[in-house]
Ligand binder design. Structure first.
Ligand code: FA5
Length: 342
């Protein structure tokens, strides 16, 4: 068959091919390795005279390229069509996962909002502290037995310049050092909260972490008293948990307050596991008290004129109560099954 005639018959055949299978049959008919009609012409070229070969050779090769191109194009159309058939357009679209704020960040924002409405300012401080701010200035002298209350991560420091004892660096064990830093720079009256990360070198359990968050509170002025503290804390806790929450104020001891107290919240139904592991229905959420005169002396305040209250509340503990979480270690577990619930 002449090349021209072959081209015509191919054009007709490829139009008739309606699926991948019949397209393959067309390919074999023309380009099949053994019996393809164009293959045969190409193979016979070597038997032709030079003149004929010069004429037919380029024509046949051009047709081969044309056929290959046409077959590939048509195959592409069939494949796309097939893919469309495989798509169920009634299926819901795939959701693109969007990140969100961690539960502790969400709760911290809520706490910030409540205190802002009570006219407290929000300040922050360093996580790496000195022994002076974390302990000494808070009336916890070295050798004071109360230092044992805060097991400390001390930082290794190259001794380049000999340091005085209380310049030693540590990871803050509470947010209370910011009481000193703030009072060094400001004059009363003021009321602040200080949210932040704290660190303790201690054994973990369902309600204790080595790395957790506190929110320090400090209100200082002329005549600030324990009744003011009670009002602020009850307002805060009722706004956070609802009016029905049961609160308990208990005497306690911290060297930087006098008198000192602790605040507990009664756990409710749904927290049986936590109640069992703690062997108590009450969960301590904060330490507090009236600022000790020695703390005011450390920042050169006139202790005859100035009074204040301070507190340090555990953010994870608040979250455990609000969301009925039985184990504090879940917060930093990185377990998305937990994190995505909030
Ligand atoms: C303090 O850290 C004091 N700085 C609080 C304070 C501030 C007292 C101002 C007086 C005046 P305490 O070690 O009790 O106190 O910790 C305070 C709160 O942090 C606790 O009530 C608890 O809610 C939380 N907390 C303490 N230890 C842990 C821990 N290991 N894991 C999780 N939360 C903790």
């Amino acid at each position: 068959m002449k090349v021209d005639a072959l081209k015509k018959s191919f054009t007709k055949d490829i139009k008739g091919a309606q699926d991948v299978k019949s397209l393959e049959a067309v390919r074999i008919k023309y380009l099949g390795r053994k019996d393809g009609q164009l293959t045969k012409i190409l193979k016979s070229l070597k038997n032709l005279s030079v003149v004929q070969r010069r004429k037919i050779g380029p024509e046949a090769n051009a047709l081969r390229q044309e056929i290959e191109k046409a077959l590939n194009e048509r195959l592409g159309i069939f494949v796309v069509k097939q893919q469309h058939l495989d798509i169920d357009v009634t299926l819901p679209g795939k959701k693109i996962p969007i990140g969100h704020l961690h539960i502790l960040t969400q709760l911290e924002n809520e706490v910030r909002d409540i205190f802002s409405r009570l006219n407290f300012s929000v300040v922050e401080g360093p996580e790496v502290e000195t022994e002076y701010y974390n302990f000494d200035a808070l009336n916890i002298q070295s050798g004071h037995p109360a230092r044992d209350m805060w097991d400390t991560f001390w930082l290794n420091q190259p001794v380049v310049v000999p340091t005085t004892d209380n310049d030693k660096k540590l990871l803050r064990t509470h947010t209370s050092p910011m009481q000193i830093r703030f009072m060094e720079k400001h004059k009363p009256p003021f009321q602040i909260i200080v949210p932040g990360r704290v660190f303790r070198y201690e054994a973990t359990d369902a309600s204790h972490e080595i790395n957790f968050h506190q929110i320090e509170g400090l209100m200082v002025g002329n005549g600030v008293n324990l009744a003011n503290f009670k009002y602020v804390i009850e307002t805060f806790l009722r706004q956070l948990f609802g009016a029905d929450i049961e609160i308990r104020f208990r005497p306690s001891y911290f060297p930087f307050v006098e008198p000192g107290l602790e605040v507990d919240i009664k756990l409710s139904s749904g927290q049986e596991k936590l109640i069992a592991s703690r062997k108590s229905e009450w969960l301590e959420v904060m330490g507090a008290g009236m600022v000790h005169p020695n703390v005011f002396r450390a920042v050169s305040y006139d202790t005859n004129k100035i009074q204040g209250f301070a507190f340090g509340v555990g953010l994870e503990r608040l979250a455990m109560i609000k969301y009925k979480i039985d184990d504090i270690r879940l917060f930093h577990s990185g377990d998305l099954r937990f994190i995505n619930q909030f």
